[in-house]
Design a binder for this molecule. Structure first.
Ligand code: ADP
Ligand code: MG
Length: 582
């Protein structure tokens, strides 16, 4: 059924169509008519079924010239994000309607601004129970003329411990009112609320295909700002997915990332809304034929395209809408097959956003490590070995055998010959590896000083002779590795060389990362420092200059939110909705 087939005003239908809705969703079809009649409604339906429009369209219809001066409707939501989102949507729906003024109120934001907005003609209020109650107590929110209350995601609100707040709000609103409750599940506590606070409610239930994402393994990696492409590079190199979709939020980002990946040798191709149909077709043909195995797209461009058998989905940017997360990762793991999704986040804000997504989608999103240089190498070696053994089992051409025979006749041992051939192969494999400049969190005990940390020294072949100073050395190390200054320990500068204390488990990575580097214009060689009895170091001219740095500062504080700082009971770095408390 289409929106214009029900009794909605032309302004609303126009707005809804402008947004791009034509058919109503099932919950909208079933709930809007009784809501328009003013009936109480209990709606049981999952997220992503279109509840916001279902309850807000009838509410918007109530706002008229006469009713516009008071709060007509109050919508209670479990989180600030959901409140903000619903508020934005209501604003969009009422684009062509006069008088409608939705305002969101939630904790953790300026009280003054909310009070100002409430005073200035708010007639639909969307909020979290705690903050709504707060405003009621301060009398900055007046509900004596309230006509509709909506409890959105009621089960979520109860899970978050909002029951008392909700009941306190319900006790303060007029008894003559419409009470609407939506919930994905109907536990006894919800049924009790409906019994106590609703009058003759219409039960609306939809059997939506559960947005089951159980078959998709969901991970995230947290990287410093500006390192997402490197992280992606390493993950793609390590995991070798046969087909990948990468989501970005803007066309510009799609273009930039496509270019970056192509220049790094990946068969990537971009798709975005600005492309003409012919271009889009070209892109899709390239993907379908397998010429391009990495498709980079915006949500809008990806909508409606049908690509099968995606192994892995990456969220290069986190989706702006939580629902998109489900759509995005739903590209993989189809038809009973397992899929994997990675979200790449930078900074606290994105980490929090991802946590909200995991809450909203009720998914477990586990922190994954970015593969290290060593791991990638080991994997490459392993697959080389496999390929060779596989070849041994298959046909070997006469030409190859003749060449082998000739080589053996030269008198070199077969082991020497084989090693020489492998060396060639190994070098080729390594050449295609990314620069190992991805920082990895250093595993350390809760930000404590690292005296007990296992450190080794790396040796850099420049020293006082090259007028090195600790800050040159440290700057180059930080640049090349992406680690922070505090990850490095003591820097000793000698005449001919310099040693730097580094965490033992990072030494290989640091040495690798420094291979291409220059320090103050000098090309350098970095290796593990051979800890001798210290002949050189003991004598006068080779005494190190004052380059000591305190390696104990921990500005980064380890893995930001891996449960540790937020909930000690769940030590692992994974988002899980059950961790939260309202
Ligand atoms: P819920 O509250 O049930 O989780 P939302 O109201 O947030 O669902 O809607 C989920 C998504 O579906 C949103 O992106 C919304 O814009 C979209 N949507 C809602 N109704 C329709 C419709 N009738 N046609 C197309 N898309 C819709
Ligand atoms: Mg909703």
């Amino acid at each position: 059924m289409q929106f214009h087939e029900i009794n909605l005003s032309p302004e609303l239908i126009q707005a809804v169509e402008k947004i791009g809705f034509s058919e109503m969703t099932e919950i909208q079809e079933k709930a809007i008519p009784p809501l328009l009649e003013g009936r109480d409604v209990i709606g049981k339906s999952n997220t992503g079924t279109g509840k916001t429009a279902a309850f807000s369209l009838p509410i918007i219809e109530q706002i008229t010239e006469e009713t516009r001066h008071f709060v007509n409707a109050l919508i209670l939501c479990p989180t600030r994000e959901l409140a903000m989102q619903a508020c934005e949507e209501i604003a969009k729906f009422s684009k062509f309607k006069k008088y409608v003024k939705p305002v969101a109120v939630y904790g953790g934001a300026s009280m003054e601004r909310q009070i100002y907005a409430l005073k200035n003609g708010a007639n639909i209020v969307i909020g979290t129970p705690g903050r709504v109650l707060d405003h009621l107590r301060r009398r900055t929110l007046k509900l004596q003329n309230l006509r509709t209350i909506v409890l959105d995601e009621a089960d979520e609100m109860l899970n978050m411990g909002f029951r008392e707040d909700i009941e306190a709000v319900l006790a303060q609103i007029p008894e003559e009112r419409q009470t609407v409750l939506f919930s994905a599940t109907m536990p006894p506590a919800i049924l009790q609320i409906t019994k106590q606070y609703q009058t003759d409610p219409v039960m609306v239930q939809i059997q939506s295909a559960a947005k089951t994402v159980d078959s998709i393994e969901q991970f995230y990696v947290s990287v410093p700002m500006g390192r997402k492409t490197d992280a992606l590079h390493l993950l793609l190199t390590d995991k070798k997915p046969a087909s990948t979709m990468i989501f970005c939020n803007t066309k510009k980002m799609v273009d930039e990332l496509t270019e970056a990946l192509i220049s790094r040798g990946f068969p990537a191709i971009g798709l975005h809304g600005d492309m003409k149909q012919a271009q889009r077709t070209q892109v899709m043909n390239s993907v379908k034929s397998g010429r391009s195995t990495i498709l980079i797209a915006t949500d809008v461009a990806a909508r409606g395209i049908d690509v099968k058998g995606i192994d892995m989905v990456f969220n290069y940017d986190l989706p702006q809408d939580h629902e998109y997360y489900i759509h995005r990762i739903g590209r993989t793991g189809r038809a009973g097959k397992c899929g994997t999704a990675y979200s790449i986040v930078s900074g606290r804000k994105q980490e929090y956003e991802l946590r909200d997504i995991s809450r909203y989608t009720k998914a477990n999103i586990t922190e994954a490590a970015i593969p290290t240089a060593g791991e990638i190498k080991a994997n490459a070696m392993h697959s080389l070995q496999e390929t060779i053994l596989e070849s041994c089992n298959g046909e070997i051409s006469a030409e190859a055998r003749t060449l082998a025979q000739k080589l053996l006749e030269t008198g070199y041992s077969s082991e020497d010959l084989l090693s020489a051939i492998l060396q060639q192969q190994v070098t080729d494999t390594m050449k295609t590896l990314p620069l190992f400049d991805i920082p990895r969190p250093i595993t350390r005990k809760n930000g404590r000083k690292q005296e007990t940390r296992n450190t080794v020294r790396v040796h850099i072949n420049v020293g006082r002779k090259e007028r090195m100073a600790p800050n040159f050395i440290l700057g180059a190390l930080v640049d090349a590795t992406g680690l922070t200054g505090s990850d490095f320990g003591k820097i000793d500068i000698y005449d001919q060389y310099t040693t730097v204390e580094v965490p033992k488990e990072e030494a290989d990575f640091i040495i690798d990362a420094m291979q291409q580097e220059k320090i103050n214009g000098h090309k350098v060689t970095v290796k593990l420092h051979e800890e001798r009895s210290g002949k050189q170091e003991r004598f006068g001219s080779e005494r190190p200059r004052n380059g000591y740095r305190d390696g104990g500062r921990d500005r980064r504080g380890g893995k930001a939110f891996s449960g540790r700082s937020h909930d000690k009971r769940h030590g692992s770095g994974s988002f899980n909705r059950r961790k939260r408390k309202g």
